[in-house]
Write a protein that binds this ligand. Structure first.
Ligand SMILES: NC(=O)c1ccc[n+]([C@@H]2O[C@H](COP(=O)([O-])OP(=O)(O)OC[C@H]3O[C@@H](n4cnc5c(N)ncnc54)[C@H](OP(=O)(O)O)[C@@H]3O)[C@@H](O)[C@H]2O)c1
Length: 261
């Protein structure tokens, strides 16, 4: 499967890992719908950068926790492209101060599943869904994490589990799911928030795990996962060799390696 010519949606594409994933997908020849919630200028900037580099992208607004906005976004994609070959479920949240209790679960589990359901009519056979998550979330049940990140980790793991439950139904339509899980990523907002609550957390993680993956490295693994010839349910691990010690089927403990769950 090649990326060129594919129609892709990247949720939370206005900044960080999502923005870089959108740029890399477009550089490989995909038409990219860059979803954002409220940072329109940032999303427009990503779209502008892609166009400047010769690629094709469109900014599409939707708060993923709002079914009407998701439906309108899918409609917009259908009108412009007619189909959707790839959905990168990158948008995430739950550390925001102004959100009601249960918001993390609504966004990181319920909204992920609802988006997949809403996108299904546009996904052809060989369509792919990539769920982006963190080691803190993926290994939530087996390893203690930071208190401040707990609601996000728990809800993202719940989201991953809910998506995995849909693998058989997706397989019936020849659509596959790949999970990409990463260590703390250098240069993103989440470690900065963790650092505020736990001064020294980033340095401690570097001391424990070595160099942390960068946004560019993580995003390139997400893009590779979008076209990799792997079975549905496959997990790509990026960084964090210490997390992987108990994972079955691990062939190498080097950071950035990619392995079966
Ligand atoms: N940062 C890390 O260290 C790290 C490590 C491993 C895995 N990851 C995973 O990588 C992904 C991206 O992380 P990041 O650090 O780049 O995230 P980020 O900087 O916090 O960006 C989050 C993105 O999600 C969007 N978003 C938030 N709530 C939304 C909603 N309700 N509806 C639609 N979009 C929404 C934001 O849009 P607006 O800007 O418009 O609000 C933004 O584009 C996440 O899935 C995260 O779990 C991150």
């Amino acid at each position: 499967m090649s990326i060129a010519g594919r129609i892709a949606l990247v949720t939370g594409g206005s900044r960080g890992i999502g923005a870089e994933t959108a740029r890399l997908l477009a550089a490989e020849g995909a038409t990219v719908f860059v979803n954002y919630r409220e940072k329109r200028r940032r999303a427009d900037r990503v779209v502008g950068e892609i166009a400047h580099a010769g690629g094709t992208a469109v900014a599409v607004r939707a708060d993923l926790t709002d079914p009407a906005e998701v439906a309108a976004m899918i409609e917009q994609i259908r009108d412009r492209a007619g189909r959707l070959d790839l959905v990168v479920l990158n948008a995430s949240g739950g550390l925001e101060r102004d959100r009601a209790a249960g918001y993390a679960l609504r966004l990181n589990r319920d909204a992920q599943v609802s988006l997949v359901e809403a996108a299904l009519p546009l996904l052809p056979p060989s369509g792919r869904i990539v769920f982006v998550t963190s080691h803190e979330a993926h290994f939530h049940e087996s390893r203690l994490g930071y208190d401040v990140y707990e609601p996000v980790a728990a809800s993202k793991r719940a989201g991953e589990d809910a998506l995995r439950e849909r693998i058989p139904a997706l397989a019936a339509r020849e659509i596959s799911l790949v999970v990409v899980s990463g260590d703390m990523i250098e240069g993103t907002i989440t470690p900065t928030l963790l650092e505020r609550a736990n001064p020294g957390a980033i340095e401690a993680r570097r001391a424990e795990a070595g160099a942390l993956p960068t946004i560019a490295e993580f995003a390139s693994e997400v893009v590779a996962a979008a076209s990799a010839a792997v079975p549905s349910g496959y997990t790509v691990y990026v960084g964090g060799a210490d997390y992987l010690a108990g994972v079955t089927g691990v062939s190498s403990a080097a950071g950035g390696a990619d392995r079966q769950r």
